[in-house]
Design a protein around this ligand. Structure first.
Ligand code: C2E
Ligand code: SIN
Ligand code: SIN
Ligand code: FE
Ligand code: FE
Length: 513
């Protein structure tokens, strides 16, 4: 019946190839490519090299999750690809239709027609796969039966991909739940010598910024971000009389204090890489490059790289903030001291990265602060380069006139740009979930800081802002849930929503401060 130009074994191999594409989201484009390769074998099915997969989101809109042979999406607006609003009927069998009206010019000539392969999961309609086809084509029933079978195969691959993405998110959650439990163990001590927990947050962000400047691989950086907050869990075993002593420790007291590293190492027993990284950091963040540190007196590269990074991040924060036993130093003194210790206490390569990361470090320092924001404070930070074609571009029009808050908002823009990068590079739902988590945590810090400031200075818009903030936090939570059951579409929806919300909220709401 079918191919003039294929034998049956060639075809079955191509069908097999369809099902053997991988299980990540990035593979859906490969799936389209293989589908085209397959159908292209049949002169009776004159497909053209353009196609897309569109899936329903929970609000019954179709979201384009993969394309083949279409012109590059506009970088300013990568998701607005003329498919929005398109709603071909979902049927059970493959069919041919003309969608020019809905699809816009990027889809070829005026008389373009499309082969629609319905994507289903049991009785549930998942979406459609569209392939551009010769406008003159009149398929017979036999061909449509065959194409319906192919649609089932494609459905299976899409569905498997969705499940695998969900699993990726679940895995991340499992790791985080475990990390949370351990952190909670440490927080008793953390809250004893640092009431707001800001030290741990700043230190973790400093460490991440240094690791980025060092070009550490992504998986190590992910471990660092989860493990660094646990560096001082061992302080839980140190008596208050020592930990909170508002004066210099005696030599004996300091010997006791030093055991917080070993206690941490004992608390963090476990086989997996995450606990391993946390244990490594707890044990090594007070080791010195020249071998003069504790507890083991390790030297140079004997000290794990994450420990060497945390050492600099930890001391930078300790020096620049108040401790029960000391006043904060100013920035210049702290930077000078750390530079002077390069090659003694600290790894010179890490100190160099610390200098390169300074613009990021200064922003973290300005953002994660303990004291109430002073609306008149002038924050002068080094300008950060922002790509011309970034997704949400910060501009003067977003300034609301309170420097610290403006910096907060810039940081949120950065996070949304990071998210856009992850989504458009198809790095998967797990990475999307990570950024969404960072966003949720960040929103919490920013919103509470903004609210505390407004409360303190008696701003009239406080209640409305609180309301908006609560709404945003709820939405982020809901989108996070959506990543579980619709991982393939959720990320696109999240991105669009966040962009609109950011622009609208900051301009309209915060602009009225
Ligand atoms: P921490 O307060 O978070 O300090 C972490 C590290 O920052 C210190 O590690 C030290 O390397 C550096 N650092 C902090 N403050 C200063 C400072 O004023 N001058 C210099 N040059 N470096 C500073 P270290 O020394 O191993 O201390 C570990 C922890 O032991 C400290 O964490 C703190 O919790 C406690 N500790 C250290 N010295 C004293 C002290 O004199 N009094 C009290 N109450 N606690 C202390
Ligand atoms: C801290 O609170 O991180 C500083 C103390 C330490 O690292 O031991
Ligand atoms: C934001 O846009 O930063 C969130 C909300 C707010 O600032 O009030
Ligand atoms: Fe420590
Ligand atoms: Fe705001």
């Amino acid at each position: 019946m079918i191919g003039q130009n294929s034998d049956i074994s060639g075809v079955s191999k191509l069908i097999f190839d369809l099902t053997s594409v991988g299980v990540t989201e990035a593979d859906l484009e490969m799936l389209l490519q293989r589908l085209y390769d397959l159908l292209n074998e049949f002169s009776a099915i004159p497909v053209r090299p353009r196609g897309a997969i569109l899936l329903h989101n929970p609000r019954h809109q179709l979201v384009c999750v993969a394309t083949y042979g279409l012109c590059q999406r506009d970088p300013q607006n990568p998701l607005d690809n003329a498919l929005e609003g398109l709603a071909p009927e979902i049927r059970e069998r493959a069919y041919v239709t003309s969608l020019t009206q809905e699809l816009g010019p990027s889809w070829a000539s005026q008389d373009a027609r499309f082969l629609v392969l319905p994507l289903t999961e049991g009785p549930r309609a998942m979406g459609v796969c569209l392939l551009c086809i010769d406008p003159a084509w009149k398929p017979n029933e036999e061909l449509l039966d065959f194409l319906t079978d192919i649609a089932h195969v494609v459905s299976g691959v899409v569905s498997r991909c969705s499940i695998s993405e969900t699993l990726g998110v679940r895995e991340l959650e499992l790791e985080e739940a475990r990390a949370d439990a351990i952190r909670r163990l440490g927080s008793a001590s953390e809250y004893r010598d640092n009431e707001t927990g800001m030290h741990v947050m700043r230190m973790t962000h400093y460490a991440s910024a240094i690791a980025k400047a060092l070009n550490l691989p992504e998986d190590l950086r992910e471990q660092l971000a989860i493990a660094a907050p646990m560096h001082d869990v061992g302080k839980i075993g140190i008596r208050d009389a020592i930990l909170l002593k508002p004066a210099k420790l005696t030599a004996e007291e300091f010997e006791v204090m030093k055991t917080h590293t070993l206690i941490g190492g004992k608390l963090l027993k476990g086989e997996d890489s995450l606990i391993g990284a946390a244990r490594e950091i707890a044990l090594s963040h007070h080791e010195h490059w020249d071998g003069s540190g504790y507890p083991a007196g390790l030297k140079g590269e004997e000290i794990p790289i994450l420990g060497r990074i945390c050492a600099v991040a930890d001391v930078f924060d300790a020096l620049t903030t108040a401790r029960p036993y000391k006043q904060p130093w100013n920035l210049e003194q702290a930077v000078e001291w750390i530079s002077a210790e390069s090659g003694q206490k600290f790894d010179p390569a890490v100190v160099d990265a610390f200098h390169r990361a300074m613009p990021d470090l200064l922003r973290v320092k300005a953002l994660y602060r303990e004291e109430i924001i002073d609306p008149n404070e002038v924050v002068e930070l080094p300008e950060l380069a922002q790509a011309e074609d970034c997704y949400v571009k910060w501009g003067e029009e977003y300034r609301i006139g309170i420097d610290v808050i403006d910096q907060h908002h810039r940081y949120l823009f950065d996070l949304v740009n990071d998210l856009q990068e992850v989504v458009s590079a198809r790095r998967g739902s797990r990475q999307v979930a990570r950024i969404l988590n960072a966003l949720a945590k960040y929103a919490e810090v920013h919103f509470r800081a903004e609210e505390r400031m407004m409360e303190h200075y008696g701003y009239p818009a406080l209640e409305r802002q609180k309301h908006q903030h609560a709404y945003f936090e709820r939405m982020v939570g809901e989108f996070y849930d959506e990543l579980h059951h619709s991982p393939l579409t959720a990320q696109f929806d999240i991105l669009l929503y966040l962009r609109d919300w950011l622009i609208k909220h900051i301009r309209v709401e915060d602009g009225q401060l």
